[in-house]
Design a binder for this molecule. Structure first.
Ligand code: FAD
Ligand code: SIN
Length: 529
């Protein structure tokens, strides 16, 4: 059965840092609806540990932060975008402080920690759980605003576009979204004059990922199906240090542990190997550190390497990393006395829906912000702690553009309701689980940190086979949240592999043994639907 249609001025899909920043910037003037597919705090934002990058240290400069971002991005960044985001950082931090985020301080000033690729102390943080504090502050402000309606457990299925108008049009406008309620299974049409995608990344396309369960690339897949360009999907970031534990598979050990002096060691000999790979050692950009660990693990047949900060004062370690310390203690590891077993795991989706500096996508009425986008900030490899920052700056940019051109944004016409007349309830849910696991496993094995063309082709072949099966299933059975996610995960995997096959060089996060050299020209991989 269909739910009652819901109309607002602006619809935001996603309640993380990007979505809520946009909502709070719009709500004084407009009625804003924010939908999320679980609880409002279940995206990556709440899981962020290290912090937010901003030029605040005496002696640091915007130019230096820009340079560090571009060096990590291996020449693929858009310099003007980098300037815009880096320049917006101090104001973004100021607003978060006004919202009550209790950033750590030392001697009256904000405490700045350090992470890989940064040439200065530059990361403001709330101990080792920055994201949780940020998510809570944004959510409390949104809950308190009478113009913001928050709708949890509402899974967006597909964008409502000109193709769904009662009188079909091929104009390409986006008028909102069809979404299925997790509890009632009813599909509701949400319409608005402007729709903002803030759905986060596609990390769960990989077997091992630090990202939460919902990072299935829904926004990227929906925008692609609606006709928007997607770029640089091969640039999947692997975080060097995810806890190696057979029970707890996706617990991140923040880069700030290395920033505060942690060393990477081989488990048997205790040999510190990073200086052999890069003069910046443990503080080289992530792609370099993750590849070095992967190399050592494969070379020596290891399950993991060690991250060791036990040489530092125990009180310092507990004070800086209280949550990690406590969590590890429950697993029998005392990080003040012994090393932590770690492996690289997928962490961040650098590619995504192509947006301009106002967060506009290719489709009229559709904006996007945060990890779902390819804005030009990260290039071929994101610099640590630049992504929350991007969410704040682009959340603002999107809101400013919508407000600035409000009178030019048309009211949605009549849109057709969701049609379930030709489908039945699924009798084979096992297909979803099977396909989900299969995708994540071959993506990990064939499209991981080090790639070859043959492995990518194997992945492409499997994606094609599964695609036929998933389309058939989607065409015959009533839509469920699990089916929505599987369809999107598959679409995201297809875009990643297609992009990886199209790049005939090794740059940043994309390393192909068949094309080990860097091409002369740095070009985005832009896929056109
Ligand atoms: P998210 O916060 O992921 O929010 C996505 C939202 O979209 C959620 O509300 C979700 O429910 C909703 N959604 C998704 N699909 C649908 C759908 N189909 N229908 C309805 N709603 C949907 N970055 C930093 O800068 N600093 C850090 O210290 C840092 N640490 C990190 C640690 C971890 C463990 C992880 C995983 C990431 C970390 N990152 C960090 C990256 C950063 O957290 C994310 O890039 C950022 O939070 C993304 O924010 P977002 O608003 O784009 O999306
Ligand atoms: C971390 O704390 O290591 C994650 C930082 C980031 O992803 O930017």
């Amino acid at each position: 059965m269909a739910g009652t249609p819901h109309h607002s001025d602006v619809l935001i899909i996603g309640s993380g840092a990007a979505g809520l920043t946009a909502a709070l910037n719009l709500a004084d003037r407009f009625r804003v609806t924010v939908i999320a597919k679980g609880q409002m705090n279940e995206g990556s934002t709440a899981w962020a540990q290290g912090g937010i990058a901003a030029v605040l240290e005496p002696g640091d400069t915007f130019e230096s932060h820009i340079e560090d971002t571009m060096i990590a991005g291996a020449g693929l960044n858009d310099r003007e975008v980098v300037e815009m985001v880096v320049g917006g950082a101090p104001a973004a931090i100021e607003r978060l402080i006004e919202l009550g985020v209790p950033f750590n301080k030392e001697a009256g000033a904000l405490h700045l920690t350090r992470e890989g690729g940064h040439s200065h102390r530059r990361i403001v943080h709330v101990a080792d759980a920055t994201g949780w504090a940020v998510q809570e502050a944004l959510l409390n402000a949104a809950l308190a605003h009478r113009n913001i309606t928050l709708v949890p457990d509402m899974v967006a299925i597909d964008l409502a576009t000109s193709r769904h108008e009662q009188r079909y049009s091929g104009a390409g406008n986006v008028w909102g979204v069809y979404a299925v309620n997790k509890e009632t299974s009813r599909v509701t049409l949400f319409t608005a004059r402007a729709t903002v995608l803030a759905t986060g990344g596609a990390g769960r396309a990989y077997l091992f990922s630090t990202a939460p369960r919902g990072a299935t690339g829904d926004g990227i897949a929906m925008a692609w199906r609606a006709g928007a360009r997607v770029a640089n999907m091969e640039m999947m970031q692997f975080h060097p240090t995810c806890l190696y534990n057979l029970e707890v598979k996706n617990f991140l050990i923040t880069e700030a542990v290395r920033g505060e002096g942690g060393h990477l060691l081989l488990p048997d000999s205790g040999y510190r190997f990073m200086p052999d790979f890069d003069e910046r050692a443990e503080l080289a950009p992530r792609d370099i550190v993750a590849r070095a660990i992967d190399h050592e693990i494969k070379r020596l047949g290891l399950d993991y390497v060690h991250l060791d900060i036990s040489h530092r004062d125990p009180e310092f370690v507990k004070g800086h990393f209280p949550n990690i310390y406590e969590k590890l203690l429950t697993l029998g590891i005392d990080m003040t006395k012994e090393p932590i077993p770690v492996v690289p795991a997928q962490h961040y989706t650098c590619g995504g829906v192509v947006v301009d500096r106002d967060g506009r996508t290719d489709l009229p009425g559709l904006y996007a912000a945060g990890e779902v986008t390819q804005s030009g900030l990260h290039g071929a490899n994101r610099l640590a702690s630049n992504s929350l920052l991007e969410c704040f700056v682009y959340g603002d940019a999107v809101a400013n553009h919508i407000a600035g051109c409000w009178d030019d944004l048309p009211e949605p016409p009549a849109i057709r309701p969701w049609d379930e007349s030709r489908v039945t309830d699924s009798d084979e849910e096992v297909v979803i689980k099977q396909n989900w696991t299969e995708i994540r496993r071959f993506m990990w094995n064939y499209v991981g940190i080090v790639r070859t063309t043959k492995r990518l082709e194997r992945a492409a072949h499997r994606i094609k086979m599964l695609g036929d099966e998933i389309s058939d299933y989607y065409g015959h059975f009533r839509v469920t949240p699990d089916l929505v996610e599987l369809r999107n995960l598959h679409q995201a995997a297809e875009l990643i592999v297609r992009s990886a096959l199209a790049r005939h060089e090794s740059r940043g996060l994309h390393f192909n043994l068949d094309y080990p050299a860097l091409a002369d020209e740095a070009l985005d991989t832009v896929l056109v639907p």
